[in-house]
Write a protein that binds this ligand. Structure first.
Ligand code: KG4
Ligand code: ZN
Length: 347
């Protein structure tokens, strides 16, 4: 008789999405739900930490109840509880972390404190059973823009990072300049469909430089000037901006591929929901004879299935965390990575 695959309950609240999921060790998403808070933050053009934390307190418990009910599963049937313990907005992180600890404690189940970035990093393996370690990961989200070699669960080597803004942050800032709602990525992608990608001359910071790092601050300033000039249609600015990001990600990842023997290229994080970026990197992987995996858009933006899955991977290797594990605002995947000149400290 084969053992039943483990059932992991995953909880996430590190930014502005409250999320709960039930995922099995054999890659089945039994049930999942995400509740965003876009309307609460939209008037401010970005996430307000205090508002986010309070909203998680209101949303998360009912969401846990709902997901368990949808799946017709009781806490007793769950094998372990996984919750994001960072990095992120600390007030929000504490909500899912403490809820997870409480559930594990009351149901007498093992607890796993998951690194949100590891959730993104391992998410492609939830949908691609043939994706083996090592693989090269372009991790592009609202707070991070990194290229990592994923060598195994918990084993990461950072090849590149951003020296200023993250890619998602660049989308959000450009959207604000264009008067588009938060989050900026989906809004810019939509508007870009009506514009010409070569209409506005914009820079490609660091493209061609010898290390595969990223920089987007200069691009944002150029968008600011383009908007202020009044010379360009907003859809053309959106399309040209998106193309500039695509070109930067493509060039930097191309260089990183030269520095890694990993047979697969993977893209994850909220920005990986962008179709132009997915297409460009698929083409890059093909031209370099690498396998390519990108999770579906719902698994790219913040969700709890990726947290449950990272929990399942770690549960499978016998890992467990103590109930006194702390919440962490900063938690790099590669602790040993060198500081890069100009790199700001971002959660
Ligand atoms: O991974 P994520 O949901 O949250 C973080 O961990 O940061 O990423 C959110 C970021 C936001 O900056 C958002 O604008 C961006 O991902 N994003 C996109 C798209 N969808 C979300 N950027 C470009 N195109 C998209 N379709
Ligand atoms: Zn994220």
């Amino acid at each position: 008789m084969t053992a039943m695959p483990a059932i992991i309950l995953g909880l996430e609240s590190s930014c502005d999405d409250s999320a709960v999921a039930l995922v099995t060790g054999d890659r089945r998403v039994i049930a999942q739900a995400v509740v965003g808070q876009n309307s609460a933050h939209q008037p401010f053009g970005g996430v307000v930490p205090e508002i986010a934390a309070r909203a998680h307190v209101e949303i998360l418990p009912a969401l846990i109840e709902q997901v368990l009910a949808d799946a017709n599963i009781m806490m007793n049937d769950v094998d372990a509880v996984a919750a994001t313990a960072g990095p992120g907005l600390i007030g929000g992180v504490m909500v899912a972390l403490l809820a997870g600890k409480g559930l594990a404690l009351s149901a007498g189940k093992p607890f796993l404190a998951v690194n949100h970035l590891e959730g993104h990093a391992l998410s492609p393996r939830l949908v691609d059973p043939n994706l083996d370690f090592p693989y090269l990961l372009l991790l592009v989200s609202g707070g991070h823009c990194q290229i990592l070699e994923v060598r195994g669960v918990g084993n990461y080597r950072r090849l590149a990072t951003t020296i200023d803004d993250a890619a998602g942050e660049a989308f959000d800032k450009a959207a604000k300049l264009l008067g588009l709602p938060y989050p900026g990525g989906p809004a810019i992608e939509e508007l870009a469909k009506e514009g010409k990608a070569d209409a506005v001359p914009l820079p490609r910071p660091l493209v061609g430089s010898g290390e595969p790092h990223f920089s987007f601050a200069g691009l944002k300033s150029a968008v600011q000037r383009a908007v202020a000039s009044g010379d360009f249609a907003h859809e053309d600015i959106a399309a040209s901006f998106q193309q500039a990001i695509v070109d930067c990600l493509f060039d930097r990842t191309r260089l990183a591929l030269e520095k890694s023997d990993a047979p697969s290229l993977v893209v994850a994080g909220g920005v990986a929901a962008n179709q132009a970026i997915r297409n460009a990197l698929a083409e890059l992987a093909k031209s370099r004879s690498r396998r390519f995996t990108v999770p579906p858009a719902w698994l790219c933006t913040d969700n709890a299935a990726m947290i449950a899955w990272a929990g399942a991977e770690r549960f499978g290797t016998g890992e467990r965390d103590a109930l006194n594990v702390p919440a962490r605002a900063r938690w790099p995947l590669d602790d040993g990575a060198e500081k890069v000149r100009g790199a700001g400290v971002k959660a």
